[in-house]
Design a binder for this molecule. Structure first.
Ligand code: FPP
Length: 224
């Protein structure tokens, strides 16, 4: 039986979910956040230790200013409101991604969370925000070159944003598309990937349990 230490999720489909209900895309994102809170509860109960969430990609800047601002405000409100609650629940939140171009308010929030250290957290949440896997890798290569180190798997792993996390065991993408969208390309070399048709606001804890049941019995060969 496979154990799961690290789950990564591409929470896709908020926009289409809202459109199907004649609402704007922002409404879909707020429902997406509601759903995320439920899924996090489930993940804590399941004792999964690491969770990486694709929340805003570097390419999401191509969206309308209204939508971008709304996603930023959701993040801002959620993390400001839940600062103490997350600590009480022993949930550590860290960010991966580029900080430049982000509003000062968001940068400050990211720094507060990135510098806060929980003692033995129950769950480590890694929020991929303004994240691009290709940029993460290029930054790592540049950093290795500047430090005049050898380029090998170990030095790359140690230079990525995810250096403190094990590689994901399982990646779930909701919303029906079978693509990776510049997410954790290096880290998912041996990750089991599940593409789900349901749109993110509809994805529930039962869906997660079903995937985990299937994941547990996969024979993971790692090229053997
Ligand atoms: C993808 O759906 C979703 C996003 C780009 C944003 C994800 C944000 C949340 C789940 C809520 C916010 C959470 C935090 C912590 C701020 P899409 O917009 O690409 O949907 P579509 O494919 O239907 O257009």
């Amino acid at each position: 039986m496979n154990k799961i230490r690290h789950l990564a999720i591409i929470m896709d489909g908020n926009g289409r979910w809202a459109r199907a209900k004649n609402k704007n895309r922002s409404y879909g994102h707020s429902k997406g956040l509601e759903n995320l809170k439920n899924i996090i509860k489930k993940i804590v109960n399941l004792k999964i230790r690491y969770l990486t969430l694709y929340t805003f990609s570097f390419d999401n800047w191509k969206r309308s200013t209204v939508e971008i601002k709304y996603i930023f405000s959701l993040l801002d409100n959620y993390l400001n409101k839940n600062y103490l609650e997350l600590k009480k629940k022993k949930i550590s939140v860290k960010f991966i991604g580029e900080q430049n171009r982000l509003p000062l308010k968001i940068k400050k929030l990211i720094n507060i969370y990135n510098n806060r250290n929980e003692k033995r957290p129950k769950l480590h949440i890694n929020i991929a925000f303004n994240y691009s896997s290709k940029k993460e890798l290029l930054n790592a290569f540049k950093c290795i070159k500047n430090k005049k180190l050898n380029i090998n798997e170990k030095t790359v792993n140690k230079t990525l944003y995810t250096k403190l996390f094990p590689d994901p065991d399982l990646l779930i993408r909701t919303g029906g598309h079978k693509r990776l969208s510049d997410f954790l390309l290096w880290q998912i070399s041996y990750t089991e990937i599940f593409f789900v048709k349901k749109l993110w606001p509809d994805f529930n804890s039962k869906d997660l349990s079903n995937i985990l049941r299937n994941f547990k019995v996969i024979k993971r060969n790692y090229g053997k």
